[in-house]
Design a protein around this ligand. Structure first.
Ligand code: AMP
Length: 467
């Protein structure tokens, strides 16, 4: 049984068992596309990608939906600064975002839903809220949700309506609002802003929160299974979503399970361009391979904050290199074993399997699951060159499978035939105790970029820059 922490109930709750033909409906808030995606986005999206794949591996059908906020104040502002239309800017950054996700191996999403493609659904939801008395109009401004009409407003974030009113900076501002915490559903567009002609509401554009509930209502209906996003979205965004959808439909709960990832900070601070600590996924990938971001993400529990630094990336790279070297060594140790050789007896596999599975089933504890694989590696390391070849083969396949389940690609480096040939010539000199010749060849191999390790199973080569 899989248990996951629910932000709404503040408890770990069991997921219902998988049911054929009854997919889990999962929605995760997508990015606001006014800039390149950063490593904080990567943390959140790598985690939810892993979650969807993990649930599928456990027999669940998962319909994973993600919106893209492609109309928003931030987009309009940035587009004006760059002398572009909001549409041009958001189209450009949507493409870049999708490219980044592909590079990171984030590919579990079933449907991407850009907000601007769901304007009729957004309008319909705003109209229902008006009809039911939850929304009111401010002339020259827009339609607002009246939080005092929803007696349960604040139940997700644990804020009362009064506290909500204090958090002005993240809520649409208007001096004419009924309550300070009221948020905008439909904004009347100003000149040069994107505008959708609308007879009943007035020409305008959607507010931030309504796009998500309109999209999920279209795909999933008024109630669904799992809603995810970063913890920064609990208030006001997810609180507002819940208020809107439950008020519009009268059905509760809007969502059964709310999952939130912790924030990624850079050297203890929120990323910002002015602090110079804003790291886009693209910039990160100029220095490190994509597996490094996945490593950093999954070696932290998804609810914990991550304090990123260049040092943490170097350490992750070094852990990955060491793991790859170990796996390549195991494969080397099983040389000349054919695919259908009998499997070795591997109590380590059994032990690791149980521990790995129970860590993931307990609130998706990826760091503990990874620690169990490492325990296996630490146990095997001293015997790597003496393990029976068929056992080594089986273990290599098993451990690679575990890393693949976590989404790591772990490609072994291509070592050129020339280097292997030199290593074999050197081995002959070494065995014959012709150390001068053998040292000369070691140096030649070194100049090609490889180190040689003499093992009971022959010389093993590895790139110098991956140690
Ligand atoms: P945004 O583009 O800011 O609307 O964010 C899109 C998604 O990425 C949301 O789920 C955010 O919570 C998440 N996110 C943004 N910044 C960070 C960060 N620094 N750490 C973790 N998640 C983040």
């Amino acid at each position: 049984m899989i248990k996951i922490y629910n932000t709404l109930t503040r408890k770990k709750e069991p997921l219902p068992e998988p049911q054929a033909g009854k997919p889990l409906k999962v929605f995760v808030c997508g990015p606001t596309v006014y800039d390149y995606a950063h490593i904080g986005h990567a943390r959140t999206y790598i985690f939810f990608d892993f979650l969807a794949k993990y649930l599928r591996s456990q027999g669940y059908e998962v319909e994973y939906l993600q919106n893209i906020t492609d109309v928003d104040d931030k987009i309009i502002k940035r587009a004006a600064e760059e002398n572009k239309t909001a549409e041009e800017l958001s189209k450009f950054f949507t493409e870049k975002y999708l490219e980044d996700m592909e590079t990171l191996g984030v590919d579990a999403i079933t449907n991407y839903a850009p907000a601007t493609k769901f304007i009729p659904q957004i309008i319909s939801q705003v109209e229902r809220l008006i009809e039911k008395g939850f929304a009111y109009k401010i002339d020259g401004d827009g339609w607002y949700f009246d939080i005092s009409k929803d007696k349960e407003y604040g139940k997700l974030s644990g804020r009362t309506a009064t506290q909500a009113e204090d958090a002005l900076s993240r809520i649409d501002e208007s001096i004419n609002k009924r309550n300070k915490g009221d948020f905008c559903l439909w904004k009347f567009s100003k000149p040069n802003e994107p505008v959708w002609p609308e007879k009943n509401l007035g020409d305008g554009r959607p507010g931030w929160h309504i796009e998500d509930t309109a999209i999920t209502e279209k795909y999933f209906g008024p109630q669904y299974d799992i809603h995810g996003g970063g913890v920064d979205l609990v208030f006001p965004h997810h609180e507002a979503e819940m208020a809107q959808q439950e008020s519009a439909s009268g059905l509760k709960p809007f969502v059964k399970l709310w999952i939130h990832t912790g924030v990624l900070l850079v050297e203890g601070k929120k990323m910002s361009k002015s602090l110079g600590n804003f790291i886009t996924i693209r910039d990160f990938l100029k220095k490190y391979p994509p597996d490094v971001l996945r490593w950093i993400t999954l070696t932290h529990h998804y609810r914990s904050p991550i304090d990123y630094s260049d040092e943490s990336a170097r350490q992750a790279k070094s852990a990955i290199d060491g793991t790859q070297k170990f796996l390549a060594g195991l494969e080397f140790s099983s040389k000349n074993i054919s695919e259908d050789s009998p499997r070795g007896d591997n109590p380590i596999e059994k032990k690791t399997d149980i521990a790995f599975a129970s860590a993931l089933a307990d609130d998706i504890n990826t760091p503990t699951a990874i620690a169990h694989i490492f325990n296996a590696i630490l146990e095997l390391q001293p015997k790597i060159w003496t393990i029976e070849p068929d056992t080594a083969k089986s273990l290599a396949k098993y451990l690679k499978g575990k890393f693949a389940a976590l989404g790591f690609s772990f490609k072994s480096p291509e070592i050129p035939a020339k280097a292997w040939q030199l290593a074999s010539e050197r081995e002959t000199f070494r065995v014959n105790k012709q150390f001068v010749q053998s040292d000369a060849l070691r140096k030649e191999i070194d100049s090609l970029g490889y180190v040689i390790e003499d093992t009971p199973k022959g010389p093993f080569l590895w790139p110098k820059n991956q140690i």
